[in-house]
Design a protein around this ligand. Structure first.
Ligand code: AMP
Length: 534
């Protein structure tokens, strides 16, 4: 086979590994790609990222034990004189990927052996890195896009847009080298990677990042969908671009009644609902969308509600380069209000907070803040979309305190936090914290706690449950240490609630509910590893 040598790629990898400079890496990559044929450039892109070939949807799966076995049989001197090309290597990897199922291991070992036989030591090291997917030369997807921008002398945003449309990094590099990239357009039934949101601490922060004005929508806890419409033909894709049309016939049905345009690509979220239309936990939506058999029955038992919040293409025209406000206006003109995500465009923190409060009251976990002048870009980038989920907070009671050490010596500074167990009427400890108070507050707390002392120990005191503090925390965990069975992770005091009595504190029963609810969300496929079909 002809084409670029693997040895040249290895030289590039070593040079990439040797420099820490991003610019230098970009320069090395773009120079290398420019010297390749479009087809070689495509293969090189995959190999550089350690991406395995995907044969009929099945990726390469070679375990370390298989590799070890193949290595054992490797003769010391290479058997074949002619140099190995990128495409030779790629076709061997494809052969490996096509070997599946029981009994395939021995054949995998054989393919690997014949592959390994062709390398000197250094090259073999890089093949092993490719097989493991860990290249360790500091080139990731983003850097490769920068190299493509350098090849084309184009803006990085343009390349990111193309990446979203092409959706295959090897193809992207191939088209950049062949000069075809300018011709790429958003096409119907060719799903693109959706725009995602970055995390943001607060509404004020979102307003600041968006230059004083932002558009807020509820953050739905469901499954993202991209819907392509061309007359009677409707197809639905997930955020990983899997076509799930057959599993969600109800979505097509909703679209038929709710969208007044000939052709469109719409972005939205589906959520499974109960008979009263109330959103069900995320896992129910997953269960519904994942269901491939008895779909008609599932449609009846677990109906989906669709919320549309963006448009990428409308009546023959791609609108991803239009700003959000314009896309939203176009969307409102063609979509019935029942399926349109409600929103508020505001620069007033009070209006934004009120919207957030209403959204939380309605049972959503937060809001999405969208920058009104932003174009549609794939992935999580540039903080144009922000998700605001208020930190979890609880009111707890201090039932004991430990003497501090070091600079906190002399203060009761480590507090045992408890919630009210409504069944027994006692307080149940759910964590400890020494975080969040100022020196003056430590002093004040020490005085108050000593006045509430019920028993004294070497380590500190137990106290009458009197003082209520509001704590922020990151997670509720199961705990073998506390009788309550639960513990707050990373608890820190936000403020002392003089206005609250211990009877107003949060309860163990509520904590259990929060724990369960949080557990339901743990299944969420932020990037879908455990739920491969999405
Ligand atoms: P997370 O899954 O926590 O990273 O949150 C981001 C996800 O929220 C997005 O990928 C969407 O699937 C989803 N989402 C929910 N509501 C909206 C909305 N109104 N606009 C955009 N994305 C949303």
């Amino acid at each position: 086979m002809v084409g670029a040598d693997f040895a040249e790629l290895v030289r590039l990898c070593k040079a990439l590994e040797a420099t820490g400079s991003r610019n230098a890496k970009v320069a090395l990559l773009s120079k290398y790609f420019r010297g390749l044929s479009p087809e070689d450039a495509k293969v090189a892109a995959y190999l550089l990222l350690g991406l395995p070939p995907d044969v009929r949807g099945r990726p390469l799966s070679v375990g370390w034990a298989t590799i070890q076995e193949a290595l054992k049989a490797k003769p010391t001197a290479p058997l074949v004189e002619e140099p190995l090309t990128l495409r030779d290597l790629w076709s061997s990897l494809r052969a490996l990927a096509s070997l599946q199922g029981s009994g395939s291991r021995a054949r995998k070992v054989a393919v690997l052996q014949s592959l390994f036989r062709r390398f000197g030591g250094e090259e073999l090291g890089w093949v092993l890195r490719i097989l493991s997917g860990e290249m360790r030369h500091g080139v990731n997807h983003g850097l490769l896009l920068e190299a493509v921008a350098a090849i084309l002398s184009a803006e990085i945003d343009y390349v990111r847009r193309m990446d979203m449309l092409v959706n295959d990094v090897g193809e992207l590099v191939r088209m950049a080298v062949s000069g075809e990239l300018g011709k790429v357009e958003l096409k119907l039934f060719n799903p693109v990677r959706p725009m995602l949101a970055e995390t943001c601490e607060s509404i004020e922060e979102a307003l600041r990042l968006h230059g004083g004005q932002t558009s807020l929508e509820p953050k739905y806890d469901g499954v993202r969908v991209q819907i392509h419409i061309d007359g009677p033909e409707i197809r639905v894709y997930t955020r990983r671009l899997t076509d799930i049309t057959e599993r969600v016939p109800d979505v097509a049905e909703i679209i038929r009644g709710a969208v007044a345009s000939r052709s469109a690509v719409l972005d939205g979220e589906v959520v499974a609902v109960d008979e009263s239309g109330k959103a069900l936990p995320f896992q129910e939506t997953m269960r519904r969308v994942g269901r491939e058999r008895d779909v008609a029955e599932a449609v009846k038992n677990l109906p989906l509600k669709l919320w549309i919040f963006d448009v990428l293409y409308l009546d023959g025209e791609a609108v991803i380069d239009r700003v959000y406000e314009e896309r939203r206006r176009r969307l409102e003109a063609v979509v019935r209000p029942e399926v349109l995500a409600p929103r508020v465009l505001t620069g007033d923190p009070a209006v934004a907070e009120e919207f957030l409060r209403r959204v939380l009251d309605a049972g959503h976990e937060g809001v999405l803040a969208k920058e009104p002048r932003s174009v549609y870009t794939p992935g999580r980038r540039g903080a144009k979309w922000l998700k605001v989920k208020p930190a979890e907070r609880l009111d707890v009671v201090i039932v004991a305190a430990e003497w501090g050490h070091g600079r906190r010596r002399g203060w009761l500074s480590n507090y045992h936090l408890a919630v009210l167990d409504e069944e027994s009427g006692n307080f149940a400890v759910v964590g400890k914290t020494f975080k969040g108070l100022t020196d003056e507050e430590f002093e004040y707390m020490t005085r108050r706690l000593l006045s509430l002392k019920t028993e004294e120990f070497g380590w500190g005191v137990t106290v009458k449950p009197e003082i209520v503090v509001e704590v922020a925390y990151n997670e509720i965990q199961r705990s073998p240490h506390y009788e309550s069975g639960l513990a707050l992770r990373f608890a820190r005091i936000v403020r002392i609630r003089e206005d609250k009595s211990p009877r107003d504190a949060d309860t163990l029963q509520r904590l259990r509910t929060l724990y369960r609810r949080q557990f339901e969300k743990k299944g969420r496929p932020t990037d879908g590893e455990s739920l491969a079909y999405l």
